[in-house]
Design a protein around this ligand. Structure first.
Ligand SMILES: NC(=O)c1ccc[n+]([C@@H]2O[C@H](COP(=O)([O-])OP(=O)(O)OC[C@H]3O[C@@H](n4cnc5c(N)ncnc54)[C@H](OP(=O)(O)O)[C@@H]3O)[C@@H](O)[C@H]2O)c1
Length: 314
């Protein structure tokens, strides 16, 4: 099968296109013919060797853990899906990825693609949106009427977080860099600030602070703005326990988990038009190096998507 993969860890030049053996679905798995895949920061981190010493992956490694496509083959024990079903999935980061013509996935992780979404849009949903969902609902204990602070609201996770928080009935204060404030306003945030301004820092006002980017200083500043009893959730950096304990707040450095249940909740929000799919750019699989550069240089506003099979349209 056609695939983009790395045979060694390193910079963007290590990404190559070629042929790899087509995977076989194991018991309780389906084989998906991939229409589109997406790029997330974890792709370039792994490409650079972030987990090289852990023995998690074998080379050649196919990156990418979002996909949309069509069920090509059904493994033994699967009765929830059929050949020809149009689907999307967030596949396990510990396994071979989705920047390839085919991927074998546990059927329990696969969700039906709604007709409203193209394959490109569907591939842009799973990893980033589930990260935002779990960060706010599971770790941040989001609820109606809560006041939520979201940093990096123009990134993929942040774009979904703003919309998920609004859909839950929260009051949303979001930050981004100066040129992206109109975009974040268009997502529905109630107040939008340049992250460098001090205005978002009026103390003790937030129930939840969601920090969806690296930055120890930003975490510490955000912790100071969370009400006693509230929570701060980070997608990247850690903060010292005593730093949050003095404020009476909880801290979670989250790790997103594969969950079809959470993904289905997001599909439902999309169907209800409460969540729009924020697409930054779309590249053919052959231009994966350009797509990785865009991600690694932090230029994206929303999701970067790779079209794997241009013949699969809806
Ligand atoms: N823990 C987990 O389970 C998990 C899961 C998914 C993602 N993540 C992490 O969450 C963060 C957001 O992910 P994402 O998919 O939303 O990323 P993304 O779409 O690539 O975010 C892009 C935006 O990040 C901002 N940015 C600027 N400098 C940055 C820097 N040095 N590092 C990171 N972002 C920078 C830029 O916005 P401005 O110009 O407005 O600053 C840029 O538009 C990443 O750090 C990612 O690694 C963690």
């Amino acid at each position: 099968m056609k695939a983009a993969f790395i045979k060694q860890y390193g910079d963007v030049e290590t990404l190559q296109l070629g042929q790899l053996p087509k995977p076989e679905p194991e018991r309780n798995q389906v084989l998906i013919r991939v229409a589109a895949s997406a790029v997330n920061p974890v792709d370039f981190h792994l490409r650079n060797g972030m987990m090289a010493d852990t023995g998690t992956h074998t080379l050649p490694l196919v990156l990418g853990w979002d996909c949309s496509g069509v069920v090509e083959q059904v493994g033994e024990g699967v009765d929830s899906l059929q050949v020809g079903d149009k689907v999307l999935a967030f596949t396990p980061i510990s396994e071979q990825g989705t920047n390839a013509e085919f991927v074998a996935v546990d059927a329990e992780l696969v969700v039906e693609k709604p007709a409203e979404l193209s394959f490109v849009e569907a591939a842009a949903l799973p990893l980033a949106a589930v990260t935002a969902w779990q960060g706010l609902h599971r770790h941040g204990r989001l609820a109606q009427g809560k006041t939520v602070l979201i940093h990096n609201a123009s990134g993929a996770v942040g774009s979904y977080a703003v919309q998920i928080a609004k859909a839950a009935g929260a009051y949303v204060v979001a930050t981004a860099s100066a040129t992206k404030l109109d975009y974040v306003t268009s997502l529905g945030a109630d107040e939008v600030f340049n992250e460098r301004d001090l205005e978002w820092q009026s103390s003790n006002q937030y129930d939840v602070a969601y920090v969806a980017k690296p930055g120890i200083e930003l975490l510490a500043e955000s912790a100071c703005c969370v009400k006693s009893g509230g929570s701060i959730v980070s997608t990247f950096d850690e903060i010292a326990e005593q730093q949050v304990a003095t404020h009476g707040i909880s801290f979670t450095r989250m790790w997103v988990e594969n969950s079809a249940t959470d993904l289905e909740q997001l599909v439902q929000l999309v169907k209800e038009k409460a969540v729009k799919i924020p697409i930054d750019s779309v590249y053919p699989l052959e231009e994966i190096q350009t797509a990785h550069l865009r991600s690694e240089q932090h230029k994206a506003v929303g999701k970067i998507v790779l079209v794997v099979d241009p013949l699969l349209k809806y």
